[in-house]
Design a protein around this ligand. Structure first.
Ligand code: C2E
Ligand code: MG
Ligand code: MG
Ligand code: MG
Length: 291
């Protein structure tokens, strides 16, 4: 807005805004350097089956450990990366980290599906699918171990192109989910034509089932619709037993949230997994054959 009002406008020199602009520039500069350093890493949050609570996979969540600022949350630096046109590069770095980890687990005898968040700028690239498929070969990773999380808005501008991309990834054996479902205004007839595996019910809906009967109705309807369309469902952001009980009763297939586990670095996740295996919570193995 300040920009629109003209370069010489006093608004630019208002202390608060100036600090923000300086901070953004600083973060952008540092992010450019961080992309190819080990300051960027992935944390992994378990997803569990609603029935039996066995592990169905993990979601990879990007972390930036800044030497002075500490952990910068993705909500803060991803918008900066987007604005600076760094998302394709950052996204490629995330894919490499995820595939490396996936392969390391396979080498340890663990087949753990990893879900990776993909940004609009990444997904819009016509080379996204072929590059990812090549990367899988390069790392020797089974495509069925990688799940790509897209959002509703990413298929809205050019549905046909997006659907073709989803189909190409599916044909190659990858899994696809629609993340943050239920907060955008979905075009449901388009959704029906999109060959995705999973719908992830947004945290705001999961949260609201504890106190809002309308949210309960939306969640039940979403799960039924997803199943009718052949998609499995995952509820994100589960924090309470009450929410988990509601979602299980509503037929939600999988759950993810602080109630089960927080996102963790790989070594911590491995300990978490080992502890569960010790108490015999692991059921028929790690792989989910749901979709
Ligand atoms: P998302 O994909 O919807 O990821 C779920 C977010 O909810 C994560 O936040 C996770 O830590 C948080 N979460 C999980 N369970 C709970 C819970 O029970 N309660 C609460 N309050 N929060 C919970 P995080 O890691 O800060 O990531 C935020 C968003 O940043 C992600 O939302 C995703 O949109 C984006 N993001 C993260 N990593 C990447 C990445 O590698 N690439 C891209 N393009 N985006 C990413
Ligand atoms: Mg996600
Ligand atoms: Mg999500
Ligand atoms: Mg979300």
């Amino acid at each position: 807005a300040a920009k629109q009002r003209g370069k010489n406008n006093f608004v630019l020199f208002e202390p608060g805004l100036r600090a923000t602009a300086v901070e953004r520039n600083e973060l952008e500069y540092e992010l450019r350097k961080a992309i190819h350093s080990d300051a960027l890493s992935l944390h992994f949050q378990p997803k569990v089956e609603s029935a039996g609570l066995s592990l169905s996979g993990v979601e990879a969540l990007l972390r930036w450990s800044h030497p002075i600022r500490g952990m910068v949350p993705p909500g803060k630096f991803i918008p900066i990366a987007e604005h600076a046109g760094l998302m394709p590069e950052l996204g490629a770095a995330v894919l490499t980290l995820a595939l490396r980890q996936c392969r390391a687990w396979v080498d340890q005898g663990k087949q753990i599906p990893i879900a990776v968040n993909v940004s609009p700028a990444q997904f819009d690239d016509p080379l996204f699918a072929p590059n990812l498929i090549a990367l899988l070969t390069q790392h020797g990773v089974d495509p069925s171990l990688i799940e790509v999380e897209i959002t509703e808005t990413m298929v809205m501008t050019d549905f046909d192109a997006a659907a073709a991309r989803v189909a190409a990834l599916r044909d190659a054996g990858l899994r696809i989910s629609v993340d943050d479902f239920g907060v955008g205004f979905s075009n449901l007839s388009q959704l029906a034509k999109l060959p995705v595996n999973f719908l992830k019910i947004d945290r705001s809906l999961t949260e609201a089932v504890s106190f809002d009967p309308k949210a309960q109705a939306i969640v039940r309807a979403t799960i039924n619709m997803a199943h009718a369309l052949g998609h499995a469902t995952i509820a994100e952001g589960i924090e309470t037993d009450e929410q988990a009980a509601f979602l299980r009763l509503a037929g939600c297939d999988m759950m993810q949230g602080f109630l089960f586990a927080r996102p963790m670095p790989a070594h911590e996740f491995e300990k978490w997994l080992a502890a569960r295996e010790d108490v015999g919570l692991k059921s028929q193995g790690i792989r989910s054959e749901k979709a």
